[in-house]
Design a protein. Structure first.
Lengths: 122, 195, 559
């Protein structure tokens, strides 16, 4: 049986300061030594990637198969945005041993990513 | 001004993380070969030389990965125009713990600094550096770039782009290669804006 | 619109370093050799302080007319601890030479054969004696200090060039750099001012004063004793001056003088000086002007001549020095432009708590840019001028140095370009300056804010003023050994465009930050930068281009 891991969020769009909730689960052949759930943002695009982990929650005594709920209080900024050179995306990552999964979500005052590069590209 | 379909940065096939994920391609040369040559022929000291954007850093990173898979603990130091300094004292304390030291962009150190300080890391069994010119350590591999290499890399980056995306013409790649003097990295950066 | 530029330090390769080092080495070594020569002299002066005063009898004293100057030879007899000695030295140097005929008279009067004079005897070696010893250490010490400035700058350049550079870790480091730059600037200004005041004082003010006083001097007939063109060898060329020595009598007392003009400047051009000398052969009678208050003071030409005004040229240095001093003292300290990676991240988290000014001028010192360009320009043109002068001389002497002229042309053109660039930056210093003052504590998305602007300086010269709100993405890519920054403007709004000087001088602009866009953001490699650009077109002058970085906060949440 191959290892399975997954993370899901209740919603994919949030407003600043809201509570983010979701579920993380895994089924592994061996009992993992470490398990983490992380809230982060990451840039992508023409520049070197910037990444910031805002919260790194360690799961005590992780089991080989586990399903758990989590909640993070979201900060006010930075907003999710998509530009010509930079995209900033928010995500929640679950890391159990060598297995990982990630769920992306949008953070913004209107609950969606703002597109700033949509004017003239060249 | 050309009005184009807006491609957000994280969908651009030439975005930095994809370019950095490209592997060094020279069929007859593997990272393991380089490590072995360095150990056997050059007493564990060697340099990867070549012009800017010719893949030295990429190969060095692959060497780091290859060393890790061999169970070694390589220490990688990356120097560039904004970070030209090595904390030699801290390095001296760390070197007994690592089995290989990899220095990217050694030309940033300046010749005097290099010759003055390299003895500090004499205890490291393997030292591989990347540098533009030769002379600091025996050359393990001299990097060269060709328009064909650029085309192959672009093909790889564009292999999985969604249909409908405006992609640069392959025919224009040789002139782009010439325009940037064979600097593959600059070519790929220019292509970012052509999507 | 897409802007690209290469960020980070401009590549200062090994060639540049070697070049700087050679320059530093030459510069420092000149200072060092000068200091050593002076120190050796100082050592002798200190040693001579312990020499014993003794009486001596002058046996012979003569002044010989050498081609270019006068040579004093003397012979005297002295006793020390019962032994007799003969001395031939006037000062510590073997061969004492001087240029002025006044000195000749002084020496011959003081050391008339048969008279008793005072000499100084070396107690360790009584056969060594001099008639005159240096007593003051001050000039020597001053010269050593002056030379050490060259040594420090020259060798300092080498050290700074090769010293491994640490990345700025904290903002404090950056500011220290700024202060150091200011200090160097102040030093430069002081040296400029000093040079620009001292040289014209001796080369212009003093001769002019004398010239004015000499209007009352009385004409007296004199006989030419010596008439020659004296040459003065410089580093790269030889200059010439007229030397005429003469004798005249006042109330039966003979006097000798050798002042042709009050300004003692020498210049290139041999022919016209030779002509003057030819007109005043030895033995001819000329009219000289004598000070009625002091008959020993005389001059051939009371009028200073146009060359006197050459002495005013160094005033340019003083003017520049003063200007920069004023500008530097007036200029605000470097603005808070740079944040470190760590600082940036903290700032992101504590945006609400921290007090960040809503608008900050983008740093970039006009004075600094000018100084840099001036230094490069002086350095470049200084070297080129040496070769240029010799080529010009070759042309003047009917040679045809075509190849060296062709070879030199691009270098001269580059030098002229550098002078032009320095001049451009100089003009830019005096361009009007924009000031911006936000009327609110903070700027936010979806909020309209009022900002007050003011143009300092002569606003009448601006033909059109434009104030533009822009927002851009800035992505920095570091890979390998290079760092590149790309910019992409995603919002551009013209907030003011006017040709009316009254509207330009000061006013208020309203900035509406659209709600559905991105706030200011700063990560180590990726940024969203909001700014207000103030640009003014000035005819025949560098344009006004000031940028203010705005700190646009996320939308204010109604609670």
């Amino acid at each position: 049986m191959s290892d399975q891991i997954g993370v899901t969020l209740e919603r994919t769009a949030y407003r600043p300061g809201e509570q983010l909730t979701g579920k993380a689960g895994w089924q592994l052949s061996d009992t993992p030594k470490k398990a983490h759930i992380r809230l982060f943002w990451k840039t992508s695009g023409k520049g070197t990637v910037d990444l910031k982990i805002l919260e790194d929650r360690k799961i005590d005594a992780p089991q080989a198969a586990q399903l758990l709920d989590f909640a993070f209080a979201l900060p006010d900024d930075p907003y999710s945005f998509e530009g010509h050179l930079i995209t900033l995306r928010w995500g929640v990552e679950v890391v159990v041993g060598k297995a990982t999964d990630c769920a992306w979500f949008e953070l913004g005052p209107d609950g969606h990513t703002c597109r700033i590069g949509a004017t003239t590209a060249r | 001004m050309r009005q184009t379909v807006f491609i957000p940065a994280h969908r651009n096939p030439f975005r930095s993380e994809r370019v950095e994920a490209l592997t060094y391609r020279e069929t007859d040369l593997t990272p393991a070969d380089i490590i072995a040559t360095c150990r056997l022929a050059h007493h564990g000291r060697g340099a990867l030389t070549g012009p800017k954007g010719s893949g030295k850093t990429t190969l060095l990173l692959e060497i780091a990965r290859a060393l890790e898979t061999q169970g070694k603990t390589p220490l990688l130091i990356r120097l560039n125009e904004t970070n030209r300094h090595i904390d030699w004292q801290a390095l001296r304390e760390q070197t007994p713990l690592c089995s290989a030291l990899l220095v990217d962009g050694a030309e940033q150190l300046g010749l005097i600094s290099w010759w003055r300080r390299r003895w500090l890391v004499r205890g490291v069994p393997l030292l591989i550096i990347t540098t533009h010119g030769s002379g600091r350590l025996p050359t393990l591999h001299r990097h060269r770039t060709t328009p064909e290499l650029l085309t192959a890399l672009v093909d790889e980056l564009l292999a999985d782009v969604p249909a409908g995306m405006v992609i640069p013409s392959r025919d224009a790649l040789p002139s782009l290669f010439n325009h940037h003097g064979g600097d593959i990295r600059q070519c790929l950066r220019a292509l970012y804006d052509q999507v | 619109m897409q802007f690209k530029h290469r960020a980070g330090r401009q590549a200062s390769g090994t060639a540049g370093k070697v070049f700087t080092s050679i320059f530093g080495l030459v510069f420092g070594s000149i200072g060092l050799s000068f200091a050593i020569v002076v120190l050796v002299g100082l050592r002798q002066t200190v040693q001579m302080k312990s020499w014993v005063v003794s009486d001596c009898v002058i046996e012979a004293a003569e002044v010989h007319d050498a081609d270019e100057d006068y040579q004093f030879t003397v012979r005297y007899r002295y006793e020390y601890e019962g032994s007799r000695y003969i001395g031939t030295r006037y000062t510590s140097t073997d061969d004492y030479r001087f240029e002025s005929i006044a000195t000749k008279q002084e020496l011959l009067t003081a050391y008339d054969p048969g008279t008793t004079a005072r000499c100084f005897v070396n107690p360790d070696n009584p056969s060594q004696a001099v008639l005159k010893r240096e007593t003051s250490l001050l000039p020597g010490v001053g010269s050593v200090l002056f030379a050490s400035i060259f040594v420090i700058i020259g060798y300092g350049m080498i050290v700074v060039t090769w010293w491994p550079r640490r990345p700025p870790v904290t903002q404090a480091t950056t500011e220290t750099g700024g202060t150091a730059g200011r200090r160097i600037g102040l030093l430069f200004c002081s040296v400029f001012i000093l040079i620009g005041l001292v040289i014209p004082y001796f080369a212009f003010v003093k001769p002019l004063q004398r010239q004015r006083a000499a209007r009352r001097w009385i004409p007296v007939e004199a006989e030419v004793l010596k008439s020659a063109v004296r040459s003065h060898r410089g580093d790269d060329s030889t200059t010439y001056s007229v030397y005429i020595a003469y004798r005249y009598e006042i109330d039966g007392i003979p006097y000798e003088g050798d002042r042709y003009r009050f300004s003692s400047s020498s210049s290139s051009g041999h022919a016209e000086k030779a002509e003057i000398v030819r007109q005043h052969p030895v033995g001819s009678r000329i009219t000289v002007y004598v000070d009625p208050a002091d008959s020993a003071e005389s001059v051939v030409q009371r009028e200073a001549g146009a060359s006197l005004y050459l002495g005013l040229i160094p005033v340019v240095f003083a003017v520049f020095g003063f200007l920069f001093l004023i500008i530097m003292l007036r200029a605000a300290p470097a603005s808070t432009a740079g944040h470190t990676a760590g600082g940036t991240m903290t700032r992101q988290r504590n945006r609400a708590k921290e007090k960040i000014p809503p608008a900050v001028r983008r740093s970039g010192s006009r004075v600094g840019a000018f100084f840099l360009m001036l230094f490069i320009s002086i350095f470049w043109n200084g070297i080129v001028s040496v070769f240029l002068m010799s080529t010009i001389k070759e042309w003047q002497s009917d040679q045809r140095p075509v190849f060296s002229t062709l070879f030199l042309t691009p270098f001269v053109l580059a030098g002229l370009g550098l002078i032009g660039a320095a001049f451009h930056f100089l003009l830019k210093i005096f361009s009007p300056v924009a000031e911006l003052e936000p009327m609110t504590d903070s700027l936010s998305l979806g909020k309209s804010s009022v900002l007050r602007f003011r143009i300092r300086g002569n606003v009448q010269r601006i033909t059109q003023l434009t104030i533009t709100l822009t927002a851009r993405e800035e992505a920095t890519y570091s890979r390998g050994t290079n760092t590149y920054t790309d910019r992409h403007v995603f919002l551009e709004q013209t907030r003011l465009k006017t040709m009316d000087p009254k509207q330009m001088a000061s006013g208020e602009i309203t900035v509406n930050i659209p709600p559905g866009t991105m706030h200011s953001f700063e990560a180590p490699h990726n940024k969203i930068v909001w700014s207000l650009k103030v640009s003014g077109t000035i005819s025949h002058w560098p344009d006004l281009n000031d940028e203010f970085i705005l700190n646009v906060n996320p939308r204010e949440v109604q609670s």
